[in-house]
Design a protein around this ligand. Structure first.
Ligand code: BTN
Length: 326
C-alpha cells in the first residue's frame, strides 16, 4: 500500500486524528503527513476538515476500494476464477484506460476501478461526474468470439447484471430504462457505457463501463443535468460497501456474459423486461432531430427497442438514441 493509501485508511473512520498521531503511526514526519493531506485535497479533490487542536477528519466514514476485501466477497459469491482487478486512485476514465491498452495485453475479465475519474464519460458525449470515493467507477474488458455486429444485446445484459447486484445488496425498487440506464424512483442511479472494437467478422473486444452513484457530495451533484439519486438516499442510514458491490458486479457480469456468449439475449430477455420501467407506456424516442411517438412494446432478441406506432411495431437500436415518457 502506498503512503497516501495508508493515510486514507487511517482517516477512513471519519473520526478526528491529530497530525502527530498520524505521523507516528505512519512513521513519517508531520510535514510529510501535511504534504500527503494536501495532495489528497488538491490532486484527489477530497474534502478534509481540519481544526487546530483536533487535527484532521473526513466529512463521513469512508471505505477505500480494497483488493483483499473484494476478493473475500468474490470468493463467497462464486467459485469462478478471480479476475485481475486494477485499483487506481485517480484516472481520466476507467473505460478509456482499458480502451487505450493493446487488447493483446488484456485477458477477458480484466477489471479497472478507480476512486475518482477526472474525465468520466457518459453516453451521447455527456460527462459522468466522478468525485473521489463517492461512487463506483468500474470497467471490465471482455473478449467475445462473436463479431461486433452480433453484440448489440451485450449492453442490455450488462444492465441486468447491475440490477441483480444492487438487489443482492438490499437495494429495492431498481429498474432498467432502455438501453442503458438504471433508475430508482424515476431518477438515475447508475449508467452503462459500452465500447466495442474488433474485426468485422470477430473476435470482438468490449469494455463495459458502469457508474453507480453511491454518496454524491451536493456541490458535484448539482452539476448533473437530469434527476438523479444515490445509494445513500435509497438505503437511508444502512452502511453500504463499495467493495461488496464491486465483487457483485464482477460475479454477475461473468455470469450473464457467459450465458450471452452461449445463447445470446434470448434466455435473459424476460428477466430484462421484468425490470423495464417503461414497458407498455407511451413514449417518445429521440433520434437526432426526429421524434418517434408510440407505445413501448419491450425488446427483441437483438436488444432493439420495439415501439408500436401507427405503422405497426418497429425495432430501434441503441446508440445515439434517447428515450423518454410521452
Ligand atoms: C451513462 O449513463 O451516460 C453512462 C455512464 C457510464 C459511466 C461509467 S463510470 C466508469 C466508466 N468510465 C467512464 O468514463 N464511464 C463509465
Amino acid at each position: 500500500m502506498n503512503s497516501r493509501r495508508q493515510l486514507l485508511a487511517l482517516l477512513a473512520d471519519g473520526e478526528w486524528h491529530s497530525g502527530e498521531q498520524l505521523a507516528k503511526t505512519l512513521g513519517v514526519s508531520r510535514a510529510a503527513v501535511w504534504k500527503q493531506l494536501d495532495q489528497l485535497k488538491v490532486q484527489c479533490g477530497l474534502q478534509i476538515h481540519s481544526v487546530r487542536g483536533r487535527g484532521y477528519r473526513l466529512p463521513h466514514p469512508f471505505e477505500p476500494l480494497d483488493q483483499g476485501r473484494i476478493n473475500n466477497y468474490l470468493s463467497a459469491l462464486s467459485a469462478r476464477s478471480v479476475p485481475y482487478i486494477e485499483i487506481l486512485d485517480s484516472v481520466a476514465s476507467t473505460n478509456s484506460y482499458l480502451m487505450e491498452k493493446p487488447p493483446a495485453q488484456l485477458t477477458s475479465g480484466h477489471v479497472c476501478i478507480a476512486e475518482r475519474q477526472t474525465g468520466g464519460r457518459g453516453r451521447r458525449g455527456r460527462s459522468w461526474i466522478s468525485p473521489f470515493g463517492s461512487s463506483i467507477y468500474f470497467s471490465m474488458f471482455m473478449r467475445f468470439s462473436l463479431a461486433p455486429a452480433e453484440l448489440s444485446g451485450v449492453s442490455l445484459v450488462a444492465g441486468l447484471a447491475v440490477v441483480r447486484t444492487l438487489e443482492q445488496n438490499g437495494i429495492a425498487g431498481v429498474g432498467l430504462k432502455w438501453p442503458n440506464d438504471i433508475l430508482c424512483d424515476g431518477r438515475k442511479l447508475a449508467g452503462l457505457l459500452l465500447e466495442v472494437s474488433g474485426e468485422q467478422s470477430g473476435p470482438s473486444n468490449v469494455v463495459i463501463g458502469v457508474g453507480i452513484n453511491v454518496h454524491l457530495p451536493t456541490e458535484q451533484a448539482e452539476m448533473i443535468d437530469q434527476p438523479w439519486i444515490d445509494l445513500k438516499q435509497i438505503a437511508g442510514g444502512e452502511p453500504l460497501s463499495r467493495n461488496q458491490i464491486v465483487a457483485g458486479l464482477v460475479s454477475n457480469l461473468q455470469e450473464v456474459m457467459t450465458a450471452f456468449e452461449k445463447e445470446g439475449l434470448a434466455p435473459l430477455r424476460q428477466s430484462w423486461r421484468s425490470y423495464d420501467v417503461y414497458d407498455g407506456k407511451a413514449i417518445q424516442l429521440l433520434l437526432g432531430d426526429r421524434t418517434i411517438q408510440g407505445i413501448h412494446r419491450g425488446i427483441d432478441e437483438t436488444g432493439a427497442l420495439l415501439v408500436e406506432t401507427e405503422d405497426g411495431i418497429k425495432a430501434y437500436h441503441g446508440g445515439e438514441v434517447s428515450l423518454r415518457l410521452a
